[in-house]
Design a protein around this ligand. Structure first.
Ligand code: HEM
Length: 586
């Protein structure tokens, strides 16, 4: 910590020391009712443990602060247990809830729950000051109760703690990205774009499934040279995403349950199964590439780079297990994150029907009778603006990925304690932020405008990808996938909401990576030539889901007669009797 400490007692029930505080926060919200308390022994036990912890904390007193150093403004709550009762379960509702509290507490404040402090950051400036300028301090990840050990294992890079092994893994990922980017990721995204157009033409009602399977097939091809491995990723993503989301298992809320021994902890059992499934998937896929390579049949892909010990990749010295996980865990992150904006594209063009014709005019003028390519991008600013705006308007990771402080730090006179989990959400740079306005990237009156338009907008530095040494290494791949697929969709189809239909506004799944709920959409080829082009552009439309399970990794198209929801990650939208009202900024 940068400043010396002088001892000061501080009340653990303190009210924020912040000039922007407009009133004393209240302790209100639902209480545990007697009936639940007495009828369920597990709840009774949980409440007793909580009560003891609160008493211990209350008797031990508050933290001591040095002269001139203040505690961060704090959203008050019970000692140790903090304030857990009024937090919404879902990722997006939590983002609105905590974002709204900045009005009372200013651009950075803290909130405690079950002994862990979270700091919420409102502005890009504070996020950059901490995560970029002081990245050595703010580069750790937090422990996840339902996925205990993931932080130390260094198997899943986005969730790994900061360590030498983490750095080797991250260097590996940067190297394979750098290697594949100049060949447009070995051409795989363009191949899969054509197949996805064909599936959309043949079975437009299944558009959500086609977007998700598109992401899985594309990244599986880049990683292992074979789109069929995509079903392995589709199997493991829901398990992991639920495990790391507050809306997932109870242990993520009642975090002290992580102390239960493995023999009686259902969460530890579930985690062991998840880990094994993931290992089986990643080992099988890498072994497959190894076999193909030995048979002289391997295709260009990330795994082949590692197996052939390409220069640069070898320097990171990853063994088989490490490489299997480094490749696998860089792949499954490319499905829900890219699937989110793909779903939001359909929402945007349906909610704002005036935009698609403008985009089509630009693409027709530049590309004529062929699909847009990466080389066309400098001449397609409206297309790039659509990508930037969709990613801003419906951020796939509305809570970002938290950073954890490795040591005590003082920022602007405020103490940020070691172990604090920091979460950032920037909305101040975007006037009328709740609206989809691609023009904000194209017209000089908007603060986001940048010249030359042959280069800007682009995704480098876009807030959706985080900050500093933990920022996302998948920006170029995302850019390539979204620009070419949004372009192909706009070139091929007219897309609109059915006449008189109620469609979602911000209805998404409840997990930390969100996706607009699938809703009915009219998807029609723009003319007969386009229809013929799409039918002729590929032999295999690449249907991925099956009607019957034949092998471990098969994914069924329908379950109990209901359409595919990707295990709840893409639940279908049902228009409510009373439309939901979202807070300002949403
Ligand atoms: C729309 C697409 C995507 C979005 C919005 C997104 C967003 C993010 C965010 C917010 C982070 C955390 C940044 C931080 O901690 O400051 C992250 C990390 C990461 N992303 Fe992405 N991502 C996307 C696509 C991808 C793709 C396509 C890949 C790889 C193929 C990828 C691989 C990773 C990895 C490996 C990390 C962990 C980095 C670390 O912890 O150091 N992402 N991403």
């Amino acid at each position: 910590m940068a400043q010396s400490m002088e001892v000061l007692e501080v009340d653990s029930f303190r009210v924020a020391d912040n000039s922007s505080l407009t009133g004393s926060p209240r302790l209100d919200g639902p209480t545990l009712t007697g009936s639940i308390l007495y009828s369920n022994p597990k709840v009774t036990l949980g409440v007793c443990v909580l009560f003891v912890l609160i008493l211990v904390k209350a008797f031990r007193g508050g933290r001591k602060y040095p002269a001139g150093v203040k505690p961060l403004p704090k959203h008050p709550g019970l000692p140790w247990a903090g304030r857990f009762w009024d937090v919404p379960e879902t990722g997006i509702e939590s983002a609105f809830h905590f974002g709204g509290l900045h009005k009372a507490y200013g651009p950075i404040y803290e909130w405690e729950v079950m002994g862990t402090t979270h700091a919420w950051i409102e502005t890009d400036k504070v996020a950059r000051d901490l995560f970029v300028k002081r990245q050595k301090i703010y580069c750790d990840r937090n422990e996840l109760p339902a996925a205990l050990g993931v932080k130390q294992d260094c198997e899943i890079l986005p969730l790994s703690g900061y360590s030498k092994d983490f750095l080797r893994h991250k260097n590996f990922i940067h190297t394979i990205m750098r290697h594949s980017q100049p060949t447009a990721f070995y051409g795989w995204p363009m191949i899969e774009n054509k197949r996805t157009l064909r599936r959309l033409l043949e079975t437009p009602d299944r558009w959500s499934e086609h977007m998700i399977t598109h992401c899985a097939r594309t990244i599986a091809s880049i990683a292992w040279g074979d789109p069929e491995h995509g079903t392995k990723l589709l199997t493991i993503v829901p398990e992991l995403l639920k495990a790391v989301s507050p809306a997932g298992p109870l242990i993520n809320k009642l975090t002290f349950l992580q102390n239960l021994p493995a023999a009686i902890s259902p969460w530890k059992k579930a985690e062991a199964i998840r880990k094994q499934t993931m290992q089986d998937a990643f080992y099988e896929a890498l072994d497959d590439v190894k076999d193909q390579l030995l048979a002289g049949k391997s295709k260009e892909c990330w795994s082949a780079l590692w197996l052939e010990k390409e220069k640069g990749v070898e320097a990171t010295k990853l063994d088989f297990h490490e490489a299997a996980f480094a490749i696998g865990s860089s792949s499954f992150v490319a499905i829900a994150t890219i699937g989110g904006p793909l779903h939001a594209f359909f929402l945007a063009v349906c909610q704002y029907p005036g935009w698609l014709p403008k985009l089509q005019e630009e693409i027709d003028r530049v590309c004529g009778d062929r699909l847009p390519t990466v080389e066309d991008m400098p001449l397609l600013p409206k297309l790039r603006a659509t990508v930037s705006e969709v990613l801003r308007w419906r951020q796939s990771t509305p809570l970002g990925v938290p950073h954890e402080a490795l040591e005590d730090d003082v920022y602007d006179g405020y103490l940020i304690k070691k172990g604090t989990i920091l979460i950032s959400r920037e909305e101040s740079k975007y006037p009328k932020g709740n609206q989809f306005i691609p023009e904000r990237w194209l017209e000089p009156e908007y603060p986001t405008y940048k010249e030359p338009l042959t280069e800007f907008p682009n995704l480098r530095g876009h807030i959706a990808f985080g900050y500093g040494n933990r920022s996302c290494p998948g920006v170029d791949l995302t850019n390539m996938e979204l620009c070419t697929l949004f372009g192909a969709l706009a070139w091929s189809f007219d897309i609109s909401a059915p006449e008189g239909a109620t469609i979602p506004w911000y209805e998404v799944n409840p997990y930390v990576i969100t996706m607009t709920m699938p809703f009915p959409v009219n998807i029609k080829p723009r003319n007969e030539e386009k229809r013929e082009f799409i039918m002729d552009c590929c032999d295999d439309p690449g249907y991925t889901l099956k009607t019957e399970r034949e092998s471990r990794w098969d994914i069924l198209h329908e379950k109990d007669g209901k359409p595919w929801t990707w295990d709840g990650l893409a639940p279908h939208y049902v228009a409510p009797a009373t439309p939901k009202v979202y807070p300002a900024g949403a």
